[in-house]
Structures are given as C-alpha cells and as structure tokens.
Design a protein around this ligand. Structure first.
Ligand SMILES: Nc1nc2c(c(=O)[nH]1)N[C@H]1C(S)=C(S)[C@@H](COP(=O)(O)O)O[C@H]1N2
Ligand SMILES: [Mo]
Length: 226
C-alpha cells in the first residue's frame, strides 16, 4: 500500500470486529471478482454481470445505528454560501420528491422498481448555494461510513436524501431515518444513515474507495474495482 493509501484507510477506520468482512471484500476487489469485461448500453436495463433479485438484501459494515427522528440531523456544509443544519421537522418542511428506479449493487444483485421519496439533491444544493470552487461531495453517515462523488454526479434530479421506500418509512436496516439514493451508480455510493453532506474543492475517496472499489462506480461499464 502507498503512504497515501495508508493515510486514507486511517481516515476511514473499520469498526471493531468487522475486519474479516472488510478484508474479504478487499480481496474480491484485488481479484477483480464478478467482472465480466462486458460493457452494456444504458438502454439495457440489467447491467453486465448483474442478476435480478426480488428481495431487498441488507449490506453494511455490521453496525446499524439506531437514530431516532428526534435526534437525527442533516448538515450540508463545506464550500457553500449557506451552511444548513436540518432537524427532522425542518427536513420534512422542504419540498418532497418521489422517484421510481433500479438498484445495482457491486455484489451483483439488482432490484427493479424501487419507489423512493424524500428531498432532492437539487433542492438541497439550491438552498446551500455551492461556491464556485466546490467540485466534489462526501457523504458522512452515523456508522462512520463515507463515500464520495463528483458534484455533477450528485447534482441530478433523481438523486435523493430518501426517507421512504415503497410507501413506508425507511427501515433502520436500509438506512432509516434517511439515506442517500444515487440510482445511476453502484449502491455503495448511496450512503445509509446519512448525517452530513460535505462539499469540497477536491476529491476525497471514502470507505470502500480507499479499499479497492472504483472511484466512479458506473454499473454499465462495470466500474466495480479500480
Ligand atoms: N452508512 C452506510 N451506508 C452504506 C453502507 C454502509 O456500510 N454504511 N454500505 C453500502 C453498500 S456496499 C451497499 S450495497 C448499500 C446497501 O444498502 P441496503 O442495505 O439498503 O441494500 O448501502 C451502502 N451504504
Ligand atoms: Mo454494495
């Protein structure tokens, strides 16, 4: 590992007891497991190497924080003109959006027709007014998880901070009270138990990105590992 990579993993620590799980996934990343080498047209609904499921698998680092709505906060800060700290009622008072889309997980399951609702990425960005230098975002979660995106990958109408899935409040195991949903990328970019969206002038790879996952995560070109 390079010195930079060692610093990055130190900044994205593994929860005690989860070392084996994380090491296994890093090994898959090194071996390029599940890669088919195919590229599919985005008009093809199922990306290469994916298989369709009808259940809703739960994947995380084994820590599922229990955050009551009364304690939940969302901060949007960093390179913005107006920092935001929203509690549950302030968040609910924002315009709500609903989208139907598909999930593609890097572990090769896809799930069609998920109806998400919550507050759109563009609504939040309009409120905070990103500074001209802002080029990337990092999502910070209550379990210590982080993941990163270029600002233009976040600033899309269908991206949400979601509080509901298929008509019901989002379960804790799927990231409730609120999670990120970025449907055009592999699902590890969709941070569960979101508490902070930080805008930056440079890229800052997150938990899996410093452990061998691809920085971009496009399912149609199989950006699984990189
Ligand atoms: N906070 C947090 N968000 C997370 C993760 C995590 O470990 N912690 N895992 C990611 C991964 S690898 C996937 S595939 C999806 C799984 O979401 P699900 O459990 O709702 O299927 O959450 C993503 N978001
Ligand atoms: Mo995943």
């Amino acid at each position: 590992m390079s010195e930079q990579a060692m610093d990055d993993t130190a900044a994205n620590p593994i929860a005690p007891g989860r070392e084996k799980l994380v090491a296994k996934k890093q090994e898959w990343a090194r071996e390029g497991r599940l890669l088919t080498g195919e590229h599919a047209d985005p008009a093809t609904r199922l990306p290469p190497g994916q298989r369709l499921v009808t259940d809703f698998p739960v994947l995380d680092l084994g820590v599922q924080p229990a955050i009551g709505r009364d304690k939940w906060r969302l901060r949007v800060d960093g390179l913005v003109a107006n920092r935001l700290i929203l509690d549950w009622s302030a968040f609910q008072a924002l315009p709500q959006a609903e989208w139907l889309n598909d999930i593609h997980c890097v572990t090769a399951w896809s799930r069609y027709d998920n109806r998400w609702s919550g507050v759109g990425a563009l609504t939040l960005l309009n409120l905070v007014q990103p500074m001209a230098e802002a080029s990337h975002v990092v999502f910070h979660s209550y379990d210590g998880y982080t993941t990163n995106l270029p600002l233009e990958a976040w600033a899309r109408p269908e991206n949400l901070v979601a509080t509901h899935w298929n008509g019901a409040s989002l379960d804790r195991v799927h990231g409730g009270p609120a999670r990120i949903v970025v449907p055009h990328l592999y699902f590890w970019k969709s941070a569960k138990w979101i508490t902070r969206i930080e805008l930056l002038a440079e890229d800052r790879p997150g938990f899996w990105e410093v452990r061998g996952y691809h920085n971009n995560a496009d399912p149609w070109t199989e950006e699984r590992y990189g």
